[in-house]
Ligand binder design. Sequence first.
Ligand code: OXD
Ligand code: MN
Length: 591
Amino acid sequence: MTKHKILAKWVKECAELCKPDRIVWIDGSEAEKERLEKEAARAGEMIKLNQKKLPGCFYHRTAKNDVARTEHLTFICTPTKEEAGPTNNWMPPKDAYKKAAEYFKGSMRGRTMYVVPFSMGPVGSPFSKIGIELTDSIYVVLNMRIMTRMGKAVLSFLEKTNGDFTRCLHGKAELDINKRLILHFPQDNTIWSVGSGYGGNVLLGKKCLSLRIGSYLGEKEGWMAEHMLIMGIEDPTGRIDYIAAAFPSACGKTNLAMLIPPQGIRRKGYRIWTVGDDIAWMRIDTDGRLWAVNPEYGLFGVAPGTNTKTNPNLMTAIQKNTIYTNVLLRKDKTVWWEGGDGPIPTDGWDWQGDKWRPGQIDENREPILGAHPNARFTVPIKNVSSITNRLEHHHGVPISAIIFGGRRARLAPLVYESFNWQHGVFVGATMASERTAAQVGKIGEVRRDPMAMLPFCGYNMNDYFRHWLAMGGKMSSPPKIFHVNWFRKDESGHFLWPGFGENLRVLEWIISRCRNEIDAEKTPIGYIPHENDIDMTGLRIPRENMHKLLNINEKDWVEEADSLDEFFASFGKKLPKELRHELAGLKKRLK
Ligand code: OXD
Ligand code: MN
């Protein structure tokens, strides 16, 4: 129980609605963890993996229809539709509470309701926000234990300060997609999630609190909640520059955040420090610079495609104390996924729990996958050997550069720098990615995803753009804003840039620009590197590739600028005039 009267009352109300048999307050202790793991294993909710090979690791399968975030069932429930804006699903709060209450009603009979106090950000930091998640899923409790700072210390802090907290109610209910809702009530500081067991829908500290509610609070309180990785690049003199970068899904945020310096430039002695791989909370500090913390405490990464080549740091990190979800389970209770390490196993159980052998095909003659393409692992961030020593620092790290990026086969150059903050906001607001085979829809089709926040902005995106613009004016030294594209292809469809660790070569240029150490070439879209300013030592790609990678095809850019008229029109009259002004400027420069 708790001395915090508002919290006690809210827990009681939720229990009256959901009718659990028991209420358990989570303290975050090791003994409690072991108890819950045993209970989950007994109930079949989790499987204990081979403890010799994967100590502390567990396995979980979600329901078959519950394997990814369900954006069409995710709502921003503000009093008016206008507050949710043109890009969000909206439901009036009264209707939303009523509809979800029907699904929650009595749904925890025979189950336990766990009360999980958690902090996004170091407990007590000026950045941090406290949430309480009520859930009937042990899987959620154990994941929250990895993804957040949680337990007794958080509750004590909340009681001591008698502070506010985000009310997060989660129930599996029937795990029925037709009775699933992910609801955000920004004005009530409340999140309700019902009918799902998939991480992105149910680990409510992550997308729901840290991005949707966080972005709303950020605008009110003068800070920023962004879908960005944070990493530090230490040069041989020991100076560290931190960058924050936003990319849509499937563009390699997690891999970039913990890259290993490539062989060719290893002699330069750079070291990479991982601060976060998904979310950045950023504030202006007394020095007039933008400082960032990663509010999370773990990584919820995509397994398929992760291997010792694409991300050696991560492969080492996930060998212990990791929860695997929807990957292939081998006979020896180890795990595997498509695009993972080692030979393809000869058999096992697939993510749906069926016996699996390589080469099997389904009724549509498609291969049956061992792991779901969105199979995940949840791993403590401290397992990553490149973890920053400033994780618990209350003021975070100072950001030198903000980087936006997307997957563009021909348009965007490898890297360019915006002319100034306002132009950089335009670059972020218009960023886009081409669909890959992993997404439903026409391959190559361009999907615009402003600041990679389209599914995560908890209020009107026009006001979000306005907030970005205003933040620039409040900083005496704002970060420089860049755009990168690791995915440019040549005429025959081959990638021009090797990516992965080699991306450090581009980051090196970005940092030199931030330090005003080198000049650059001015083009209609921004500043690009002089060809020789990207260090290509030891990189065995034709020199002319750099020329192609930095080429700006004005005809393509004119088309791009024209397509932005339609995109901007979709935001209506509230779109900040500064963005229209930037578009007009781009068109003029292209003429
Ligand atoms: C995402 C994630 O969906 O980080 O963006 O899981
Ligand atoms: Mn993400």
